[in-house]
Design a binder for this molecule. Structure first.
Ligand code: 13P
Length: 257
């Protein structure tokens, strides 16, 4: 971990959660406020249907609430879509773009992801740009080539360290319980850092690089201690406060060792 960067631990609830689930968010907020505020930033990206209620419940805290996708345009004839303006209007502070489930389920290209990231920035949302290789790409030795391509094409030119975070999520590690070896995460994050610094200078050297894919309380300390890993993007384990806070606590363990 680069010491001068404040880590960001982000939850992605995906298509999970009803209003009844917001008690988990309340427990997360409580844990964050009492023990974790000094160590990291916390963000929970809930389904669009919950953004407004979640933002209301966290309004007096520094826990951030985010969306999981946004449309490129501010408004228009796009049935079923939400714009970045709408997400911000519901009280969100952040948005995820380019998640592999969007790239796969909705055929989103890096060009589209870049435009979506631009929409997030247009309304002042902290924008998390996701990239990651598939199993076939890794097996054929193309991981860094894919990361380079996706990072190069998905990041908007106006990205800064305060407005954008990058999440490296190997597609084969998502929801599978599998994680890359420590050396592989080290290599991928070092590679992304170099590429971002070359393109964005000082901003690139400070941009937060999150690791995502089967992060659990049990493996969080090992993953979060890797150089250039500045936080996590957590799926399944962000649905329960005990698990999510367990992951956040990894940063306290790292500081105390
Ligand atoms: P899991 O933590 O469930 O593997 O999901 C990772 C992810 O896709 C977060 O965006």
């Amino acid at each position: 971990m680069t010491p001068k960067i404040k880590p960001l631990v982000a939850g992605n609830w995906k298509m999970n959660g009803l209003h009844a689930s917001l008690h988990e968010l309340e427990a997360m907020t409580k844990g964050y406020n009492t023990e974790l505020r000094g160590f990291l930033d916390m963000l929970v990206c809930v389904p669009a249907t919950l953004i407004h209620s979640a933002a209301k419940r966290t309004s007096n805290t520094s826990v951030m609430i985010g969306g999981q996708d946004c449309h490129i345009n501010a408004s228009g004839a796009h049935t079923g879509d939400c714009s970045a303006e709408m997400i911000a209007d519901c009280g969100a502070n952040a948005v995820i773009v380019g998640h592999s489930e969007r790239r796969t389920d909705h055929g989103e290209s890096s060009t589209t992801v870049k435009a979506k990231a631009g929409a997030g920035l247009r309304v002042g949302l902290l924008t998390i740009v996701c990239i990651g290789e598939t199993e076939a790409e890794r097996k054929s030795g193309r991981t860094l080539e894919v990361l380079s391509e996706q990072l190069g094409q998905s990041m908007p030119d106006s990205a800064t360290a305060d407005t954008v975070a990058v999440a490296y999520e190997p597609v084969w590690a998502i929801g599978t319980g599998l994680t890359p070896a420590v050396e592989d995460v080290h290599e991928a994050h070092g590679f992304m850092r170099k590429q971002l610094t070359e393109r964005f200078g000082n901003e690139g050297s400070r941009m937060r690089l999150l690791y995502g894919g089967s992060v659990k309380p049990e493996n969080a300390t090992e993953l979060m201690a890797i150089e250039n890993v500045d936080g996590a993007l957590v799926g399944g384990a962000s649905l329960k406060a005990a698990d999510f806070l367990g992951i956040c606590n990894a940063y306290r363990n790292i500081k105390n060792t």
